[in-house]
Design a protein around this ligand. Structure first.
Ligand code: ADP
Length: 273
């Protein structure tokens, strides 16, 4: 057994004198400035987690805040594409510098490090976990808000982010079909177990607005997210329609030109904290 340093949080020994649990928290790079950190999570892939992360970044930026996105969805990175970023990140001897979009959003993603952004990431879990950790410890962020686009579900990498980053809260993205399998509730329960505050839920792909009369058509039924939120005492912060114009902006790398403000209530809550 190593000598006691009287700091239970940094010690991994399981001794009888332990007074506090071991902390897995990591420090960010000494030159980085990060004021608030929010994770964007979902129960499964494809529900629009990256779409919500990107839009929140754009809206916060428009309010004059400095914003970064850590693309922790390493096997399905889509943030650089949405922001039209195709160049590689630059590094110094002991640090990585995030890429910056036309509108000033700082982005770090595996796609700005790979030689070819279409290369698949076929690494095992611990390697991917190490990369995400480096996105926190080795990147010189300079932001008021860092948004972490988490991998879907409750796997290893999500667990690492929950343990290693000082999350001020998470935003849970769901779609009405997603609720059937309870996958989103697993993500909610994970945050609850890890004592990370849940800011609220965003329901994506809630409805389609008729282009002629504006009537909202709830393809997958209405009110399901409210019911799940109620079970956990959480607010539903926004409902986002299926909007082909948004999908097109993401595909063309022009999300910063979006006109939608459906996520304005989420930004309001983040700014009120
Ligand atoms: P996730 O991050 O949860 O895997 P994405 O944000 O990458 O999901 O979204 C999956 C696909 O669906 C992307 O092509 C995205 O542009 C599209 N998409 C997401 N939300 C919407 C929406 N509200 N309207 C139209 N397309 C959307």
């Amino acid at each position: 057994m190593s000598e006691c340093n009287n700091n239970c949080a940094s010690c991994s020994e399981n001794c009888s004198e332990r007074t506090a649990p071991q902390s897995f928290r990591k420090e960010h790079h000494p030159d980085a400035v990060v004021r608030r950190v929010y994770g964007v999570v979902s129960g499964k892939g494809g529900v629009g987690k990256s779409m919500v992360t990107s839009q929140l970044a754009v809206l916060l930026r428009r309010q004059g805040y400095t914003v970064g996105i850590m693309d922790a969805d390493v096997t399905g990175p889509s943030i650089p594409q949405a922001f039209g970023i195709h160049e590689k990140a630059l590094g110094t001897e002991n640090a990585l510098l995030p890429c910056t979009s036309a509108g000033g959003v700082q982005v770090m993603s595996i796609n700005v490090l790979l030689d070819d952004e279409t290369d698949p990431v076929i690494w095992r879990g611990p390697v991917i976990g190490g990369v995400v950790q480096q996105f926190w410890t080795d990147v010189i962020w300079d932001v008021d808000f860092l948004l972490v686009d988490m991998p879907p579900g409750t796997g290893d990498v999500s667990l690492n982010v929950f343990q290693q980053l000082p999350l001020d809260g998470i935003i849970v993205v769901t779609s009405p079909q997603d609720l059937v399998g309870m996958v989103v509730e697993k993500a909610v329960k994970m945050a609850e177990k890890m004592n990370v505050p849940i800011v609220g839920l965003v329901e994506n792909m809630s409805y389609v607005a008729c282009p002629d009369c504006g009537k909202k058509i709830y393809l997958f039924g209405e009110g399901k997210t409210e019911a799940a939120a109620k079970r956990h005492g959480l607010p539903v912060l926004a409902h986002m329609p299926i909007d082909p114009a948004l999908a097109r902006l993401v595909d063309e790398g022009r999300i910063e030109q979006m006109e939608s403000d459906t996520l304005a209530p989420v930004v309001e809550v983040l700014l009120s904290k």
